[in-house]
Design a protein around this ligand. Structure first.
Ligand code: SAH
Length: 386
């Protein structure tokens, strides 16, 4: 089996650079591209990136890349890859995904079928199995993905399983939860650091608060779940355990954090509390029912992060206009606080009553949203006291 892999971490549009930074923070060199970040490493790197990347979607092994303008080229290209170094005899290897973009080959089901045939043929040859007799596929699963972009095929194996945004703590959600990896990415993009107070005044199921606490305590986001590759025979269980043990040692449960989540809806606060409990953070995050219009604080240099209702999703347009206006008035006195507001409303700034210092385009699922960023005035703590 292999010791060094070509890997990609996939990321939502707009978040690639955040994922790139996280990978570099793990001490791994990488290149940021559209929708993905490329890097290399061994099995330990596969485990470590699955366990630690907060903003990525999945970690995939790139088995190979080649031109594929015809089915024959696709078949030969797939057949020529070193499948024997990845797929043990008896494993299941569904071609779980085929995507063709701007390419001559565009019939995705056929691309899937040809790819399957080519892998089967290669394994039959390598393991000296008769052609025509199907291979048993009752072992561990390796999901193979084919992507053909501008006539170039990339063949990958998914190492993650269910997407990395599924951390394992979400027991319940409200009408419009933000994905966990998107929430983490926004926190990483913001100027929040664990020594600053953080408030999410529309906290819903508590995603921002829980992700912030996990960042603050240096808890690995994948700590509560497993990954598809852990079932593979060549992924050493002891190695996985040692990387998990190392993560446990790196966590700092003693750090003091000031993280508050509030929401107008008492049921959402109950859900947020349940999720925080599931993540083991119930004593760390303060959650209470409150209207955001009632937000007041004497603390300084904090960060407000909010993902308020958008017109299309939760409230009618008129109510959104009023809410955004009241939001502007409520946040205005918090001069030293930075505010990060995620909404799809293109007229947000007018309704809120202030132009953002910076805007960043992101996608919440398929919905285009903007992160409106307002930076707090800097105040040194001792100046404030004098
Ligand atoms: N980020 C959240 C989802 C937020 S959805 C998550 O991950 O679950 C928007 C939330 O704003 C809803 O939970 C809704 O109850 C709340 N909300 C609407 N109007 C509000 C108001 N005036 N004050 C406080 N919260 C409000």
């Amino acid at each position: 089996m292999k010791t060094e892999f070509n890997l990609v971490a996939t990321a939502a549009a707009g978040l690639e650079a955040v994922v790139g930074r996280e990978i570099r923070d793990l001490g791994i060199e990488c290149q940021v591209e559209n929708g993905k970040v490329r890097f290399k490493g061994g099995v330990d790197t596969i485990i470590r990136t699955n366990l630690w990347l907060r903003a990525a979607d999945r970690i995939k092994i790139v088995v190979g890349e080649f031109p594929a303008r015809t089915f024959e080229e696709l078949f030969q290209g797939v057949f020529n890859l070193d499948w024997e170094n990845y797929l043990p005899l008896g494993c299941a290897f569904p071609i779980s995904k085929a995507k063709c973009v701007k390419s001559k080959l565009h019939n995705e089901p056929s691309v899937q079928a040809i790819t399957k045939k080519a892998v089967v043929k290669k394994l039959q040859k390598y393991f000296h199995r008769p052609e025509g007799v199907p291979l048993m596929e009752n072992g561990p699963e390796f999901k193979i993905e084919v992507s053909i972009l501008k006539d170039r095929a990339t063949i990958m194996i998914d190492t993650t399983g269910s997407s990395l945004f599924k951390r394992g703590y979400r027991t319940d959600k409200g009408g419009a939860p933000i994905k966990e990896n998107m929430a983490a990415a926004i926190l990483l993009l913001s100027n929040w650091y664990p020594d600053k107070p953080l408030i999410d005044p529309t906290c819903g199921s508590g995603t921002f608060c829980i992700e912030a606490a996990m960042i603050g305590m240096n808890i690995a986001p994948g700590f509560n779940r497993s990954f598809a590759c852990e079932a593979w025979p060549w992924v050493d269980k002891k190695l996985v355990q040692s990387i998990r043990d190392e993560a446990e040692e790196k966590a700092n449960y003693d750090i003091e954090l000031d993280i508050i989540g509030t929401d107008i809806d008492a049921r959402m606060i109950e859900i947020a509390k349940k999720n925080a409990r599931e993540a083991g953070l119930e004593d760390v995050i303060k959650l209470k029912q409150m209207r955001l219009q009632d937000l007041k604080t004497d603390k300084i240099n904090g960060v407000v992060i909010s993902n308020p209702p958008y017109g299309e999703r939760l409230l009618d347009d008129k109510a959104v206009d009023v809410l955004y206006n009241e939001m502007g008035q409520t946040f205005a006195p918090l001069k030293t606080w930075s505010k990060f507001i995620l909404t799809s409303d293109e007229n947000f700034e007018t309704k809120y009553g202030s132009i953002a210092d910076k805007k960043r385009k992101l996608y919440n699922g398929t919905l285009k949203v903007d992160l409106y960023q307002y930076f707090g005035q800097r105040v040194k703590r001792h100046q404030e006291e004098n």
